[in-house]
Design a protein around this ligand. Structure first.
Ligand code: NAP
Length: 352
């Protein structure tokens, strides 16, 4: 078991930052040393800076901890850290994460660096070998540390279900999302915009889904990623649900597997986190529900402590080959839980 790493959380007061704080309680490999947020909250105790949104209590020591400004000097003054979890807004993450990445391993939930050719975009079950890109990054940028990223929250659920279908030859994917409110952060979407409503637009989301999945399912070709070779079309909607992104997926395959073969591929899908027995790994990354009306966000988002993707309504499609619904918890598997699993992978591989 590795020595406990001391971590800083950037964006600690936000929807994802709070989830990091909750999930890192009692973590065997990581302990929180520094929490950072905006200048507005720097100097305040965490309990006065954050509107705590989790259903568990604020951990006592975190409640009393002072929030610091989000820059390397302020974080270093507050404590000695080994690695950094970033849940900063996308616009800010570009330069700030680069400042930290020059010295520290940075595990980012923001979009800013996801598509940089020398930055890994990791789902540990799918592409653990892409972590090798950090060596290219460190060489090119002259950094001691690195930036590694996790996908957008709606991409994670989709990509995990596409990975076991790659063996049947994916040629086209169409996906329509029904995304939870916590995906927009806090305070997020105004209540008067979303009560009694569905908003058929999430800025930038469709573009992220259409590009990120191809990088994740692509292959490491020496020093760069060769994208997966299929077409993906996404249509994204915000719905009046607190947590859990539900997605309606249509896939065209080159082969015609039976539904039993597809279900077996989903059920047997496992990767490095399961082999390495990483502390946050779900035993089974994909859980199948057979009821005609599942998965549902309210009942299924917490499957395997929110780290599994729940698939249901698997059926043949008369235009494409297959269709199914998938659901994943956007602030756990889609955010902090996924970020922690990635960090566990890097530690287990001796890279962080
Ligand atoms: P959020 O609730 O709005 O939280 C944003 C965090 O960033 C807060 O801690 C905030 O601190 C901090 N921040 C804002 N402006 C800052 C500044 N100028 N300097 C330093 N810190 C600043 O957002 P979120 O939902 O947690 O999302 C965080 C990131 O994760 C985003 O990039 C988002 O796209 C990504 N993400 C979110 C989800 C999700 O389900 N929510 C899933 C995957 C990825 P203050 O409280 O001090 O303002």
């Amino acid at each position: 078991m590795p020595n406990k790493r001391k971590v800083a959380i950037l964006g600690a007061t936000g929807a994802v930052g709070q989830r990091y704080i909750q999930l890192l309680q009692g973590h065997p490999w990581f302990e929180i040393e520094v929490i950072a947020a905006s200048e507005r909250n720097a100097g305040k105790k965490f309990k006065d800076a954050a509107n705590w949104l989790m259903t568990t209590e604020i951990p006592k020591e975190i409640a009393e901890m002072s929030v610091v400004n989000t820059d390397v000097t302020s974080v270093e003054k507050a404590g000695k850290v080994d690695l950094v979890f970033s849940s900063l807004p996308g616009g800010l993450a570009g330069t700030t994460e680069a400042e930290f990445g020059a010295q520290y391993p940075v595990f980012s939930k923001a979009s800013a660096h996801r598509m940089d050719p020398d930055v890994p975009l990791i789902i540990p079950e799918i592409n653990p070998d892409h972590t090798e890109l950090i060596k290219v990054q460190q060489k090119q940028r002259g950094w001691k540390g690195f930036i590694t990223t996790d996908p957008n929250c709606s991409t994670i659920g989709l990509a995990i279900t596409l990975a076991p279908l790659m063996q049947f030859g994916i040629s086209q994917v169409m996906v329509t999302t029904m995304q939870a409110l916590s995906g927009a952060g806090y305070p997020g979407v105004a209540s008067l915009d979303i009560v009694d409503n569905v908003i058929p637009f999430i800025s930038g989301e469709e573009d992220k889904m259409e590009t990120e999945a191809l990088k994740i399912l692509g292959s490491l070709d020496g020093t760069s990623i060769k994208n997966a070779n299929f077409k993906l079309s996404a249509s994204c909607n915000r719905v009046n649900v607190k947590d859990g992104h539900l997605e309606s997926v249509f896939v065209k395959l080159d082969n015609e597997p039976s539904l039993e073969e597809v279900e077996e591929a989903f059920t047997n899908f496992k990767g490095a986190p399961q082999k390495l027995k990483l502390p946050s790994a779900p035993v089974q990354p994909i859980i199948i529900r057979h009821e005609e009306n599942r998965p549902q966000p309210r009942y299924d988002k917490d499957a395997a402590c929110g780290q599994a993707v729940v698939v249901g309504r698997l059926r043949k499609d008369p235009i494409m080959t297959l269709k199914y619904m998938c659901l994943s918890h956007n602030t756990i598997r889609g955010a902090a839980g996924g970020g922690i699993l990635s960090a566990e992978l890097y530690v287990a591989k001796g890279l962080a």
